[in-house]
Design a protein around this ligand. Structure first.
Ligand code: ARG
Length: 328
């Protein structure tokens, strides 16, 4: 059942009772006929470039030395990523990019999605704000198609939240982890928790190099957390260690983090990530994960890796999965 809330600014905390009432209207039943492969949203890289600097990885002058060559390399990287994600078992939805909005290739920043609800991002930097309306339009198209989304909602003004890049669904624990301190506002974690009705732990990011949670924190299907401790405040590290058992914590090295390996897409026992060291591949294999490596250097020039480039549209809570199974 499609229902839009556009240009209406409200506190999502106040909206939660309405959302809860709407739960039974969501069309989980209709999904039973759809193959249960993960569905990822990607953006075509035709308009990708590095033309401004909003994180320390971005060097427009390096891009400008060979824009045609870098774009050609980006297209090849994108094709390899799409192939690796498909091989790992995903279905892909590829939307067009928009000229002048080069960072649309990172749709993980566009929204937080769970149980057929999308909370549209509100970008901190003016350079990326123009993306919001294009992603909103695409989410409307998806709602009209009726397959993955029922509703898209906007955040209150002045509450920055950069989508799944800064708010990651931990399927093993049924909770969100939300980054703040670089791009997203701390209050965003409260809004996410109220909107989705899920426990959401806010984690403070202290390094401009690791400006989104998804570049330093990656929950895995088996319950492990692959993370880079220096990116977090001491209090946030304590929170992580309070929730996650010691044996489930996998620490990334400086090299892993700098190669954007933490920014990985996890599908069951498969991990798709930027080129990694043999040591990391072996460490993850010991835990039962198979790594597919993709050369993502053109996108790393913008400060993004595999996870940023794919927004998971079919995240499910245990409750929704049970509804789905019942409908089968
Ligand atoms: N240049 C983009 C930015 O700084 C990169 C975004 C990468 N996305 C991510 N989810 N980490 O916003």
């Amino acid at each position: 059942m499609a229902h839009f809330v556009n240009n209406a600014y409200f506190s999502l905390e106040a909206l939660w009772p309405t959302v809860r009432l709407a739960w039974h209207r969501r069309s989980f039943g209709g999904e039973a006929t759809v193959p249960s492969k993960p569905l990822l949203l990607l953006t075509d890289p035709t308009h990708f470039e590095v033309s401004y600097t909003i994180n320390p990885w971005m060097r427009p002058y390096a891009w400008a030395e060979n824009p045609v060559g870098h774009l050609a390399a980006a297209r090849r990287s994108f094709q390899s990523l799409a192939a690796a994600l498909t091989a790992a078992g995903a279905r892909l939805e590829i939307m067009p990019g928009v000229a002048g909005l080069p960072d649309m290739v990172f749709p993980a920043n566009a929204a937080v999605v769970l149980d057929r609800l999308a909370l549209l991002a509100r970008f901190r930097h003016p350079e990326r704000r123009g993306e919001e309306k294009h992603f909103l339009e695409h989410f409307r198209v998806l709602i009209e198609r009726g397959l993955v989304l029922d509703e898209v909602v906007q955040l209150p003004p002045n509450c920055f939240q950069e989508g799944a890049g800064d708010c990651i669904w931990d399927v093993a624990r049924g909770r969100f982890w939300a980054g703040y301190g670089q791009r997203s506002t701390r209050q965003a974690a409260v809004e996410v928790s109220a909107f989705f009705g899920r426990e959401t732990t806010a984690l403070e990011l202290v390094s401009p190099r690791f400006y989104h949670l998804d570049v330093c924190f990656c929950p895995l299907s088996g319950g492990e957390i692959f993370y880079y401790p220096p990116a977090f405040s001491a209090a946030s590290l304590a929170k992580i260690r309070e929730v996650v058992a010691r044996e489930d914590l996998i620490e990334a090295t400086d090299e892993d983090a700098a190669r954007f390996n933490v920014n990985a897409v996890n599908i069951n026992d498969r991990l798709v990530m930027a080129s990694a060291s043999p040591d990391l591949v072996a460490r993850l294999a010991e835990r039962g994960y198979r790594v597919s490596q993709v050369d993502l250097l053109p996108f790393i020039m913008s400060g993004g890796g595999a996870y940023c480039m794919a927004l998971r549209l079919d995240n499910r809570s245990a409750e929704a999965s049970a509804l789905l199974r019942a409908a089968e």
